[in-house]
Ligand binder design. Structure first.
Ligand code: GAR
Length: 184
């Protein structure tokens, strides 16, 4: 029998991508063995509770450096021994303490290498290209800089910012799940 793959999901806010992973993959295709957030107020906490998924809260405000925070996150993740860790709206810059110990993929709402970092949807909408899009990539210590696993383009023509934003938020969920399937 093929052993079911275990994944960890990290989020910081709403957790709609986390919820989509739970609804599509968990637990048959991949078991979410832990969800972890750096934000004790994150709405996504309710998703973990509803689905009975073990939850770890590591409040980033309580740590004096990125390295001490990352050390604690790595320790908590290793306890659950996931095959893959998925950053789904995890709004933290990660240090080598994390990237050298955790095999992880990240969802980013732009066509990388365009618009790394924050506010990527707004920046993509306002740039000179006809298309924006989403990317899932391997996580390295270079912010939003690891090898691309999957990308999908979205044509901006005729879309208001709200429509573009909504399209991105819909498409990113499909691309994230497809990328997880691809790497597992
Ligand atoms: C998503 O749009 C995701 O692409 C983005 O944060 C949002 C989280 O939404 N991630 C980044 O910008 C990473 N730099 P969610 O909490 O509802 O999943």
């Amino acid at each position: 029998m093929v052993k079911r793959k275990k994944i960890a999901v990290l989020f910081s806010g709403k957790g709609s991508n986390f919820a989509h992973i739970v609804n599509t993959l968990h637990p048959e295709e991949a078991e979410v063995v832990v969800a972890l957030t750096n934000n004790p107020e994150a709405e996504g906490i309710a998703v973990a509770k509803e689905a009975d998924i073990p939850l770890e809260i590591v409040d980033s405000k309580a740590y004096e450096s990125r390295e001490t925070f990352d050390t604690e996150v790595v320790k908590r993740l290793q306890y659950y021994a996931p095959d893959l860790t998925v950053l789904a709206g995890f709004m933290r810059i990660l240090t080598p303490v994390f990237t050298e110990h955790v095999k992880s993929v990240n969802l980013h709402p732009s066509l990388l290498p365009r618009h790394k970092g924050l506010n990527a949807i707004e920046k993509s909408y306002n740039d000179a290209y006809e298309e924006g899009g989403v990317s899932v990539h391997w996580v390295t210590s270079e912010l939003d800089g690891g090898e691309i696993i999957l990308q999908k383009k979205v044509c901006k023509e005729g879309l208001s910012f709200e429509q573009y934003d909504q399209t991105i938020r819909q498409i990113e969920k499909e691309v994230l799940v497809e990328a997880i399937r691809k790497v597992l």
